[in-house]
Write a protein that binds this ligand. Structure first.
Ligand SMILES: [Zn+2]
Ligand SMILES: [Zn+2]
Length: 339
């Protein structure tokens, strides 16, 4: 079969690799399409616990092509999305139910063969039926599940105000979940106008254009409109410069949620006195293990929408072009790689 295969960071080719055979508890998924996301750029650089050689890709929708003898609950040809995060099941974290903290975590497309390929095998417990959902919606199951996990970890008090820095597809999925999850008012701040227009169309209350040349000016503007700060401030850009703006814009007793992927070496400063005096919580939301079914339900019902998010499509052979578009094309929002 054809697959994008990295032998080392920044070094890949679309080439023929052996067709994987499903083990007794595995399904063989025929890939229809996969989303490409910012994490794939970090993986390209060898970051984000990537292990090589590697087939990347972790946002997939496809159909069940074959299955092992022990697989239950699936039928041939069924449309599926795949939860890419596989915990070990036997470490202290797994055994105490905190599966996402598993130090042996395997991530499809990170340190386990991913979906920029014609086929992939996964243990059937990680497959989820998306029968009846438009594949252009179902392909958002993984980013929607990360957003769902964020909503769960925020434990939102009804009536709060929220600010999200960043208007990438996953950020806008989270923005919608905050809108429907009890926030009284949701603001999205980002540097790209068409993405803010999309945020508005998807139901956020207010958008603010982030001026890259004058972040302090944007911070002042946000402070003015927020009446003393936001109860929840989500960093969903992965930019340390934006990270610096979060604590000062958080209202007393509020929460800063780190959701964007930075480089491991990035640093953000904050005033410990301010965090202490104003009782601010700083927390992270990384990926998810247990939020996939809820995310698919929200996509299926239309509670979270993806209308207009897909802007570009590439064939598997054009993976280099897809990556380049993600890196450099300001008109790109969600990019899909079709098999
Ligand atoms: Zn992703
Ligand atoms: Zn574990």
């Amino acid at each position: 079969m054809k697959a994008v295969l990295y032998d080392a960071p920044r070094s890949f080719a679309v080439q023929d690799v052996p067709l994987p055979r499903p083990g007794p508890d595995e399904i063989l998924v025929k890939v229809l399409q996969s989303g490409i996301c910012g994490t794939d750029l970090h993986i390209h650089e060898g970051q984000f616990f990537a292990e090589f050689p590697l087939i990347p890709g972790h946002e997939v929708v496809g159909t069940v092509e074959a299955m092992g003898a022990e697989v239950v609950g699936f039928s041939g040809g069924e449309a599926v999305a795949v939860n890419p995060n596989i915990n070990c099941g036997h470490c202290e974290y797994c055994r105490s139910g905190r599966t996402l903290l598993c130090p042996n975590l395997k991530g499809m497309g990170t340190n386990w063969p991913g979906s920029f390929a014609e086929y992939l095998t996964v243990p059937y417990q990680f497959g989820y039926s998306v029968e009846g959902i438009d594949p252009d919606v179902a392909v958002f199951a993984e980013p929607a599940s990360c957003a769902m996990h964020s909503l769960e970890s925020l434990d939102l008090r009804p009536g709060v105000t929220a600010l999200i820095f960043g208007s990438g597809p996953t950020g806008l999925l989270l923005a919608q979940l905050l809108v429907h999850g009890g926030a009284a008012h949701v603001t999205v701040a980002a540097p790209t106008q068409f993405k803010l227009d999309r945020a508005k169309a998807l139901g956020v209350d207010q958008t603010v254009l982030l001026d890259r040349q004058d972040p302090q000016g944007t911070a002042r503007r946000l402070r003015e409109i927020s009446d003393g700060g936001f109860d929840v401030v989500v960093e969903a850009t992965g930019s340390p410069e934006v990270g610096e703006m979060c604590v000062p814009l958080t209202r007393n007793g509020g929460t800063v949620l780190i959701f964007g992927v930075t480089r491991p070496s990035d640093r953000v400063s904050f005033s410990p006195y301010e965090v202490f005096r104003r009782e601010i919580t700083i927390r992270g939301s990384f990926a998810e293990i247990n939020s996939f079914a809820a995310a698919i339900r929200a996509l299926r019902s239309g509670r979270i929408r993806t209308t207009g998010l897909i802007t570009h499509r590439f064939a598997l052979d054009e993976y280099a072009q897809a990556l380049k578009t993600l890196q450099t094309d300001r008109s790109a929002h969600k990019i899909i790689v079709t098999v």
